[in-house]
Design a protein around this ligand. Structure first.
Ligand SMILES: Cc1cc2nc3c(=O)[nH]c(=O)nc-3n(C[C@H](O)[C@H](O)[C@H](O)COP(=O)(O)OP(=O)(O)OC[C@H]3O[C@@H](n4cnc5c(N)ncnc54)[C@H](O)[C@@H]3O)c2cc1C
Length: 453
């Protein structure tokens, strides 16, 4: 295979597919080729259908608050297939002392046993806490402890960070993981005041969960990349693992594992940072080192299904997260059949238990039966589940979610400088400016805009 194109996109996850879509729209389908290493497009975003269940391998949806994601879905002609999370699944829980405690919205929050009385009083002092006086990088935990107290940082913020990043609040950079939260302190001087302002703007805004409603498709979230790839037809090459990228005669020369070669004027690098590092190492050592310094967390998703009668809990909620100090290996459990009832047959309960994360790298080396045992010992008693699951599938993401550590700003600077050094090379993906599917779509737009300039 020898192909010459205007732009090659490397990596066929959501980021690469979105970039390919908009480049094809701007310059014509024949001007691009997307090279994907595995046999199917989608990266971590996949859904399999089995016995009436829809099993999401990685993400289970996106928050419907980003216009560019909704626009892409609309452009793909699949808006009619969107399904929002069941409103009845709004309640969220945190595990404390082997009990599930509901996160209550204010003012009921003041009565929550999730925090001690001292912890609640400290949290209420938030508006009185002065703003940080310098620009030194700060971890999410340090920020939270400073503003709302150590107990709330441990019991509320830590689990949320673990839920989104599979990460450790003590190590992740606030400015890069939650830039809006950092901005709230800068603009309003207090998170409470910022939330009040947000509430005034939008009375539906909730301080309990994220803004926006978790949304999927009738066929599961994996439908998005599958359908996006199908609209690009033969411009998407699967089983096309890129082994290196170099410069030759004013173009990029891309080697593919099967011996093929693609020559392109520009490249959208949408493979994970550690893979991009390997591909670019012969071209730019320093860039490769910066990309390689972006750490990843591994996470295993254990999907289990039961008949409704085997589950004693009312399952009235979204699921729960687990603070690190509770000594568990399951980071949390999502009640999929409550969130998206169409993902399980009637009369069945489908759960997704997340095991691993940045502070538990050994979890990914556990066997399937060991992972199943963790789910059974840590989750079943909480939900009063009796008996064995009727179905169990485990999806492993060895290096699933990038971690924006305190040096992340330096990585971004180095990558941005490399984009200047190598005109035509741009980066998209979850490794840089946000890990959610919405962030991936924004990263694709950023890459495409840079090339179209
Ligand atoms: C368990 C889990 C749960 C999540 N839950 C949510 C959620 O509910 N909501 C949400 O918004 N986000 C969620 N996320 C995050 C979100 O799924 C990811 O950030 C997003 O899917 C990343 O897309 P991407 O295209 O940037 O990268 P990836 O999906 O990693 O895609 C990169 C692609 O590059 C390919 N590739 C790698 N090397 C090469 C090579 N040498 N040549 C060619 N191709 C290559 C890979 O095969 C892969 O297909 C979750 C992530 C995980 C792991």
């Amino acid at each position: 295979m020898r192909i010459e194109v205007d732009t090659a996109i490397i990596g066929g996850g959501v980021s690469g597919l979105c970039a390919a879509h908009y480049l094809a729209q701007a310059k014509g389908r024949d001007s691009i080729v997307l090279l994907e290493a595995s046999d199917l497009p989608g990266g971590t975003t996949r859904t399999s259908a089995e016995d009436g269940y829809l099993l999401d391998w990685g993400p289970n949806g996106f928050l419907n608050r980003e216009p560019k994601t909704l626009q892409w879905v609309d452009d793909l002609g699949i808006s009619g297939k969107l399904l929002a999370a069941n409103e009845a699944a709004a309640r969220r829980f945190i595990l404390k002392n082997d009990r599930l405690m509901e996160i209550l919205p204010p003012p009921r929050f003041l009565a929550t046993p999730l925090l001690s009385l001292a912890g609640r009083v400290r949290l209420c002092c938030e508006p009185l806490i002065r703003q940080k006086a310098n620009d030194d990088p700060e971890t999410i935990w340090d920020f939270a402890a400073r503003r709302i107290g150590r107990e709330a940082a441990d019991m509320m913020v830590g689990p949320m960070v673990s839920g989104v990043f599979g990460g450790d609040a003590h190590q992740l950079s606030l400015a890069h993981c939650f830039p809006r939260m950092a901005a709230m302190e800068r603009e309003f001087g207090s998170l409470f005041k910022a939330l009040l302002a947000k509430k005034r703007e939008n009375s539906a805004a909730s301080p309990v969960g994220p803004s926006g409603v978790l949304t999927t498709f009738q066929e599961g979230i994996g439908f998005l990349p599958t359908h996006a790839a199908s609209t690009l037809g033969d411009r998407v090459l699967t089983n096309a693992s890129v082994t290196s990228v170099s410069r030759a005669n004013g173009a990029f020369r891309i080697h593919v594992e099967d011996g093929g070669e693609v020559m392109s004027r520009s490249v959208v690098m949408a493979a994970p940072a550690f893979a991009a590092a390997r591909l670019l190492s012969s071209m730019d050592d320093a860039l490769a080192a910066s990309l390689d310094s972006i750490a990843y967390a591994g996470i295993a998703v254990v999907c289990t299904a039961f008949s409704r009668e085997a589950v004693g809990h009312d399952m009235n909620g979204f699921g729960y997260l687990v603070p690190r100090n509770q000594g568990k290996r399951a980071r949390g459990c999502l009640w999929t059949s409550s969130i998206f009832p169409h993902q399980a047959p009637a009369g069945k309960v489908l759960l997704r238990t997340m095991i691993g994360g940045f502070t538990d790298p050994g979890a990914l080396r556990l066997s399937d039966s060991e992972l199943a045992d963790i789910a059974a010992h840590e989750v079943h008693p909480l939900l009063s589940i009796s008996g064995e699951p009727e179905l169990m599938r485990i999806f492993r993401h060895e290096r699933g979610i990038p971690q924006y550590l305190l040096h992340h700003g330096e990585c971004l600077d180095a990558i941005q400088n490399a984009e200047k050094r190598w005109p035509g090379l741009v980066f998209a993906g979850n490794a840089y400016r946000g890990v959610g599917l919405n962030d991936c779509v924004l990263s694709a737009h950023r890459a495409v805009d840079a090339l179209l300039k």
